[in-house]
Design a protein around this ligand. Structure first.
Ligand code: FES
Ligand code: FES
Length: 176
């Protein structure tokens, strides 16, 4: 069936199978491979994107559920060569090792600071509990988010369209 989705400001219509997951739509149909698949079972958060301004694990949602939605992926954060403040904070605080979890972590962290511009360390850890890092780099990830908060860089990536039902919030479903 046809769906029309705006991804990082570009609107396109595609014919997709009803069973296609949003993460596979973004990677395989739209061609944006920055969003990773770590588990496909809503546990790891590597697939986190923003749908209608909300952080969503894109493996928990069908592409057809995103019909009409405004989506931001990791590719939509930087402005040309200028990194998003959260990306810069991750780089400056060594908030990544292999980088596999990083796109999802950054997207979740941007959402977290939009909701809580000045979180405590505990609130950052709780806010990112749905995102797993297999390199166990949590200390520097938390440092990066706190640094971005200190700098006032909540880095809004909200897109303004309504949220979409049927998805699992990125903060849900995984141990800290
Ligand atoms: S791929 Fe792991 S939560 Fe989506
Ligand atoms: S940096 Fe390797 S999984 Fe997080």
């Amino acid at each position: 069936m046809n769906i029309t989705v705006t991804v990082n400001g570009e609107t396109a219509t595609h014919d997709v199978e009803p069973r296609l997951l949003l993460v596979h739509y973004l990677r395989d149909v739209v061609g944006l491979t920055g969003t990773n698949v770590g588990c496909d079972t809503s546990s790891c958060g590597a697939c986190t994107v923003h749908v209608g301004g909300e952080s969503v694990k894109s493996c928990t949602m069908l592409a057809v559920q995103a019909d009409g939605a405004d989506i931001t992926t990791i590719e939509g954060l930087a402005q040309g060569d200028v990194l998003h403040p959260m990306q810069r904070a991750f780089r400056e605080n060594h908030g990544l090792q292999c980088g596999f979890c990083t796109p999802g972590m950054v997207m979740a962290a941007v959402s977290l600071l939009e909701e809580h511009p000045h979180p405590t360390e505990a609130e950052v850890r709780e806010g990112l509990e749905g995102n797993l890092c297999r390199c166990t780099g949590y200390h520097n990830i938390v440092k990066a988010v706190l640094a971005a908060a200190d700098a006032g860089d909540s880095g809004a990536a909200a897109t303004g369209s309504p949220g979409v039902a049927g998805r699992v919030p990125a903060s849900a479903g995984a141990p800290s």
